[in-house]
Design a protein around this ligand. Structure first.
Ligand code: NAD
Ligand code: UDP
Length: 324
């Protein structure tokens, strides 16, 4: 690509799990990449390998405050937000602000730069769903004032303001509804089920299953998720799109699989279920299959082994750390 034609992309939440994988992908596609993060739940080690590259820049900035980026921008990916229930319960106001004020700032930036913007929404917009699988047409079942409401409602507002900018200003927008995604670079102690279970199994501790463990989730491996987001960005589809793996299982079965794959003797310990924990979650991905020609390709065993291997490479002191 000659210098004139190079595309420039801003990725918010760049030091987090998905943001860092997106930075890698767009660097590999030969984009000029600007990563932005305020480090509230991120880890610079996720992107330190990019700092030496001439086509990567990093801005330490809170996107809930006015966002300024000099020069042209062709694309914006807005991924900044706490994403784990433990994180957003600890920092509820920052979570509401990044989904609302942060999204508003980035839509304004996209408008001024005439950039295409893709925002990271979530299966949590469906709340504790009354139908399964969840298709994009389902409006959801969210408790706005429950503890998870700070995240769910911020993301619902994010979708609403993104559609409003699309309709009123003709902004080129995309909305991805991400279902539970896992893989290397998830923070070991972010409290989400998968890193927690893997860490517990590797330490030889009991796995803490919340409730009776019969609630379900459908876990998507990170490389599949990134491919889906990539295809959505370059499609012309402006309505919300589910990206996730429909392979649904109970949390009990997920815990058992992790115990078996790590080869440890851990047991399951049942602890109380958090308030408003969704009972079931499974994406309907017919739209993604039809419009993006996308389908997940990494099976759970393969994805879990990659993820377990990532945590096994950590220094033992880090594996022992518990922040909650
Ligand atoms: P993560 O916590 O690993 O990454 C989020 C990043 O955003 C962190 O680096 C954090 O420091 C940064 N950030 C938070 N607030 C910020 C602010 N105000 N300004 C600048 N940076 C800020 O989480 P993740 O799993 O990578 O999630 C990324 C995005 O994807 C989030 O928007 C999340 O809601 C969405 N999502 C993720 C999943 C999943 O399963 N991983 C599911 C649904 C939606
Ligand atoms: N969960 C669990 N033990 C843990 C962490 C989570 O049993 O240590 C359960 C949680 O109650 C939920 C499921 O696992 O039913 C997935 O939780 P996670 O935090 O990964 O994401 P969620 O889908 O709830 O946002």
């Amino acid at each position: 690509m000659d210098k004139q034609e190079r595309k420039r992309i801003l990725i918010t939440g760049a030091a987090g799990f998905l943001g860092s994988h997106l930075c890698d992908r767009f660097i590999a596609e030969d984009f000029d990449v600007i990563g932005m993060d305020n480090m509230i739940t991120g880890d610079l080690r996720n992107i330190e390998h990019l700092f030496k590259l001439p086509n990567f820049e990093f801005y330490h900035h809170d996107v809930s405050k006015f966002v300024h980026v000099p020069g042209k921008l062709n694309f914006i990916l807005h991924f900044a937000s706490p994403a784990s229930p433990v994180d957003y319960l600890r920092i509820p106001i920052q979570t509401l602000k990044v989904g609302s004020l942060g999204t508003h700032n980035l839509l304004g930036l996209a408008k001024s730069k005439r950039a295409r913007i893709l925002v990271a929404s979530t299966s949590e917009v469906y709340g504790d769903p009354l139908i399964s699988p969840q298709s994009e047409e389902y409006w959801g079942n969210v408790n706005p004032v429950g503890p998870r409401g700070v995240y769910d409602e911020a993301k619902r507002f994010q979708e609403a303001i993104t559609m409003a900018y699309h309709n009123v200003h003709g902004l080129d927008t995309r909305i991805v509804r991400i279902f539970n995604t896992y893989g290397p670079r998830m923070r070991l102690n972010d409290g989400r089920a998968l890193p927690t279970f893997i860490a517990q199994a590797l330490r030889g501790e009991d796995l803490t299953v919340f409730g009776d463990g019969n609630q379900t989730r459908s876990f998507c491996y990170v490389s599949d998720q990134i491919e889906g987001i990539f295809r959505l960005l370059f499609s012309d589809y402006a309505q919300p799109m589910n990206i996730g793996n429909p392979d649904e299982l109970t949390i009990n079965n997920m815990a058992r699989e992790i115990i078996s794959l790590t080869g440890n003797q851990s047991k399951i310990r049942y602890v109380p279920l958090p308030i408003d924990d969704p009972k079931q979650r499974r994406p309907d991905i017919r739209k993604a299959r039809r419009i993006l020609n996308w389908t997940p390709t990494v099976n759970r065993k393969e994805g879990l082994l990659q993820t377990i291997n990532y945590y096994q490479q950590m220094p033992p002191e880090e594996l022992k750390q518990k922040n909650f």
